[in-house]
Design a protein around this ligand. Structure first.
Ligand code: NAP
Length: 258
């Protein structure tokens, strides 16, 4: 078994997940980066992780399928023999924004399968491994971190299925936090606001204007590393008497203002 702590980060091929993997690698974790892309096309995104000289692997897997999730776990255990952190970050927006009255079952199943079902069942499978490891070695401090969104509580009627998936991730966080507390495994929800990635690039001009007009008290786009720093805070041990906690990384979007 490897001496370094091991972090699985889903959706690490680009965007927020890539920043999380990079930061955790910089903090001394061996990394299991997961995405659906071929590694050859995204290899440059791992330059910083390579520089850290810590062990890492890329697993090409679809988190919405049982086969994909099994592959992530078997590759991790084969390569490193342990799991200390799971970051459920992989997520998609609907391919087409559609009014609530037009939302298709196909899009609903796709978005909930990738965003929600994967978070639930990967957490379940990893939690079993973490519980066993913790029982054998009480010094371990495993963590699960779920990336939700301000969409967990903000209505966008053009992408209802995305909002539903993120609201449900909040409950997944609370359920696992409750269930795993006696086993010494803390669970956190990181709730990003508007973050500059491929996902938001399609609505850049709209959000540029909204931010300039005061959408968020802190008037700037969030950067992927803003989220990565919050994930590191949750993993660092400094929040060990907190579980089921929500950390807003949103420039103050959640504040009610008069
Ligand atoms: P992004 O740039 O579009 O990246 C999405 C990542 O998820 C990619 O690495 C992608 O990998 C991976 N992914 C997608 N489907 C997958 C699947 N079926 N199996 C495995 N990996 C899959 O998105 P992002 O902005 O970084 O978003 C990351 C997370 O933050 C998402 O959960 C998103 O909902 C959440 N979030 C984002 C924002 C924002 O403003 N950007 C705000 C709040 C919350 P491949 O490309 O290799 O498939």
């Amino acid at each position: 078994m490897i001496e370094h702590q091991v972090a699985i980060v889903t959706g690490a091929s680009r965007g927020i997940g890539n920043a999380i993997a990079t930061r955790l690698s910089g903090e001394g974790y061996a990394i299991v980066a997961v995405g659906t892309s071929e590694l050859s096309g995204i290899s440059a995104n791992f330059a910083a992780i390579r520089q850290s000289r810590l062990p890492w692997i890329y697993v090409q897997a679809d988190v919405s399928t049982r086969e994909g999730r099994d592959r992530i776990l078997s590759a991790t255990l084969e390569e490193f023999g342990r799991i200390d952190v799971l970051v459920n970050n992989a997520g998609v927006a609907p391919k087409v924004r559609m009014d609530l009255l037009e939302t298709s079952e196909e899009s609903f199943d796709r978005v909930l399968g990738i965003n929600l079902k994967s978070t639930f069942f990967l957490s379940q499978a990893v939690a079993r491994i973490m519980c066993e490891a913790k029982a054998g070695n009480p010094a371990l401090a495993p963590k699960i971190v779920n990336i939700s969104s301000v969409s967990a509580y903000t209505s966008s009627t053009q992408r209802g299925e995305y909002c539903i998936s993120k609201a449900a991730i909040s409950m997944v966080t609370q359920l696992f936090a409750d269930r795993l507390a006696d086993s010494g495994i803390n669970v956190y929800e990181i709730r990003p606001g508007v973050i500059a990635t491929d996902m938001t690039s399609v609505v850049k001009e709209k959000y540029d204007a909204m931010i300039a007009n005061g959408l968020t008290p802190i008037r700037r786009w969030g950067q992927p590393d803003d989220v990565a720093k919050a994930v590191w805070a949750a993993c660092s041990g400094l929040l060990d008497f907190s579980t089921g906690e929500v950390i807003n990384v949103d420039g103050g979007f959640h504040l009610r203002r008069l």
